[in-house]
Ligand binder design. Structure first.
Ligand code: GLY
Length: 291
């Protein structure tokens, strides 16, 4: 029976020194949550959803509570989840007033014939499925209001996105990504995160990947699918992640990061931003982290 594997990220960006410990702790908590599911025989899909939930609940990260604000001062979130066993996928874009966009993405995958719902339609669908809806205020943290003021004054920091990739004991892979997008974005802007192959991809025959960084650049190289193609061609998870981040640097002006699991359960990560908070499960079952 295959050994499960799990890796998660809290975004590739210039994490300030004061946020380093909180970002590492949040990533470790998310990894522990996903790992507990895998250890008890749960699916990779359940593990990546649960891990991303933890990150969406943690205001340190740009996802769920703590999401960046658009130029109108509103939260518009994107998320995707993909099942490597079946290639089923679900996503939401520019969704508002939900706390866990990744779970709405999963509902899109499992309860509709569609792959991607956006904006008001996505929120209406979430409500129809019994998902709790919050006021705009409940998702906004004071840091983001201050940051938006900084953006308007041209001095904001770039922060980005959370995600998870896993293999379960049945050898099935899954990936999920969730984000508040870029700070001070135009209302209605959607980045790479909810786009299949860009924000995430999973195929049992290749690997699973979740991306973070400058969405407009990541989608140019369809970063997650590109990494899975390299793993399908025989590259290890780590080699594929490094090659794709090199491609990102060579072919675009943007920066970002990627976490991957290959079909053999090996994990890898790479980034060309100053930092990327990351946690994964080592061969002995311990949680490792880096930033
Ligand atoms: N990578 C997240 C975004 O650009 O929205």
């Amino acid at each position: 029976m295959p050994n499960p594997s799990l890796i998660i990220h809290g975004g590739a960006w210039s994490v300030p020194e004061g946020d380093v410990q909180a970002a590492l702790a949040g990533c470790r908590r998310a990894a522990q949550t996903g790992w507990a599911i895998l250890q008890h025989g749960g699916s990779a899909l359940d593990a990546v959803e649960a891990a991303v939930h933890v990150l969406e609940d943690d205001p340190v990260f740009d996802a769920g509570i703590g999401s960046h604000l658009n130029l109108d001062g509103e939260v518009e979130m994107d998320a995707i989840i993909m099942d490597g066993a079946t290639l089923r996928n679900g996503a939401v874009a520019a969704i508002q007033r939900v706390r866990h966009p990744v779970s709405v993405a999963r509902l899109v995958m499992e309860r509709t014939p569609h792959s991607l719902l956006v904006g008001a339609g996505a929120e209406a669908f979430a409500r129809s499925q019994g998902v709790a809806v919050f006021s705009e205020e409940e998702l906004i943290v004071p840091r983001e209001r201050d940051t938006l003021r900084g953006i308007r004054a041209q001095k904001g920091l770039a922060q980005d996105t959370v995600g998870a990739a896993a293999r379960d004991a049945n050898g099935h892979l899954a990936a999920a990504t969730s984000t508040g997008g870029t700070m001070g974005k135009l209302p209605g802007r959607v980045g790479d995160s909810p786009l299949i192959g860009s924000g995430a991809y999973a195929d049992d025959l290749a690997g699973a990947a979740s991306a973070t960084g400058d969405g407009e650049s990541l989608m140019k190289i369809v970063i997650s699918k590109a990494a899975c193609d390299l793993m399908a061609a025989g590259q290890t998870a780590q080699a594929a992640a490094e090659a794709i981040i090199q491609r990102l640097a060579q072919r675009t002006t943007g920066a970002g990061g990627l976490i991957v699991v290959d079909a053999r359960g090996r994990v890898g990560h790479a980034f060309n931003t100053p930092r990327m908070a990351c946690a994964w499960v080592a061969a002995d079952g311990s949680i490792e982290s880096s930033i």
